[in-house]
Structure formats: C-alpha cells, structure tokens
Write a protein that binds this ligand. Structure first.
Ligand SMILES: C[S@@+](CC[C@H](N)C(=O)[O-])C[C@H]1O[C@@H](n2cnc3c(N)ncnc32)[C@H](O)[C@@H]1O
Length: 193
C-alpha cells in the first residue's frame, strides 16, 4: 500500500486527500485491521499525510464504489474464492479435483461468471486511466500446482471420517469454494478489447 500511495502521490501527482478503502465480505472480522493500520510501525500511514483509511463490508463481485471514482484498485488473494459452496462433493476438499464431471463444470462456470462480474464492477468504478491490480490463484492447463497438499489434506479428512471424528455431513461441508484460473481464462473477458 505504501508503494501504491507513492505512485499516486509522485507519478500521478495526486496532492489532495487520498481515501484508501479496504473491502471484504460483511462476515469478515474487521477488528484487527484498523488497530494494525493505527498502531503498527509498518503501517502504510507512517510517513503519509492526508490519507484516509476506511473499510466496507461488501462483496467485490458487485459494484462497491460510485461510478468513475477510483484511481487504483488492488485485489490480493481473494478473487479465486467464490461466494458460496455451490458444488459440495464427497470425494475431495476442492470440487475442481473431484471425479464428478458436473461439479468440475460448475466450478469452471462460476469462476468465469465471477471474473466477468468482478471486472464489470471495477470497470464502472475506475476513473478513465485508472488501474486495477489483481493477484489470484492461477493454474496451468493440466496442473493447478497445489494438488499434492490438497490430496494430503483430503487423505487426512478421510482418515478422520474412518475414525468417526468427522461425520458424512461435516465431510460434505469441507469443500473449499476456490480454484485457480489459467492465463487463458483470466484473459477471456478482455481478449480483443
Ligand atoms: C486469503 S484472504 C486475503 C486477504 C488480504 N487481501 C491479503 O492479501 O492478505 C481472502 C479474503 O478474501 C475475502 N473475500 C472472499 N470473497 C470475497 C468477496 N466476494 N468480496 C470481498 N471479499 C471477499 C475473504 O473474506 C478473505 O478475507
């Protein structure tokens, strides 16, 4: 954030107040964030003037800010999470690794729809010339990159199920609604624009 503020101040010559808004789901625990921003020696407020942090409990899948009001959007490690567990499976902790073709198809569809909705919302919010930086889980054509750890996790859940520590209902509730996008999937909505 300090680097982003530096860019806005010096490269874009923004001299006035800067509002820096933190967005997360309404269910997020926002308690620690303001304390960190106020008290941490590593806070982005250190050495800054006229910077105004705020937080909003809204989903980034929809529009959060007024039309053409944002200079710089930053989304870290969040857009690979889908808003609900819509494809619970009993054979893995991630539906994208399930043997159920239909579950995998649902994940791909939802990833694509979310990405388009997310980008559409940001395109309405950004000022002309505004920028968006997104960091999210990626994947290759045939590999996601976290198969090993995901399989080890699921083997331990199956052990817990066999030992009756976890029951069948709890097992179904353990499908994580997340998956990576390939470079092609990431480019799809903006290809040719
Ligand atoms: C792994 S954390 C990353 C947090 C932070 N951005 C970072 O880089 O440290 C993922 C965050 O994304 C949030 N998230 C998931 N889906 C979201 C959505 N639809 N809208 C806003 N935030 C969301 C989660 O609540 C969670 O706090």
């Amino acid at each position: 954030m300090s680097s982003a503020l530096g860019v806005l101040r010096y490269e874009r010559a923004l001299t006035g107040p800067i509002t820096l808004a933190h967005i997360d789901l309404p269910t997020n625990d926002f308690n620690s964030l303001p304390r960190l921003i106020d008290a941490s020696p590593g806070s982005y407020l250190v050495g800054q003037e006229n910077v105004w942090p705020v937080a909003a409990g809204r989903s980034h899948v929809g529009q959060v800010f007024p039309h053409a009001s944002v200079d710089l959007g930053w989304n870290a490690n969040a857009i690979h999470w889908m808003s609900e567990n819509f494809a619970a499976v009993r054979d893995h902790g991630w539906a994208i690794f399930s043997r159920e073709t239909e579950a995998r198809r649902k994940v791909e569809d939802r990833l694509a729809r979310h990405w388009i909705e997310f980008l559409s919302a940001r395109s309405r919010e950004l000022k002309p010339g505004g920028r968006l930086v997104c960091q999210f889980m990626a994947r290759r054509e045939h590999r996601h990159g976290f198969e090993y750890i995901a399989d080890v996790f699921w083997a331990s859940v199956e052990d817990a199920c066999r030992d009756r520590i976890v029951d069948a209902g709890e097992l179904m509730a353990m499908t994580a609604p997340s998956a990576g996008r390939s470079a092609e999937q990431a480019r799809a909505p903006i290809a040719g624009s």
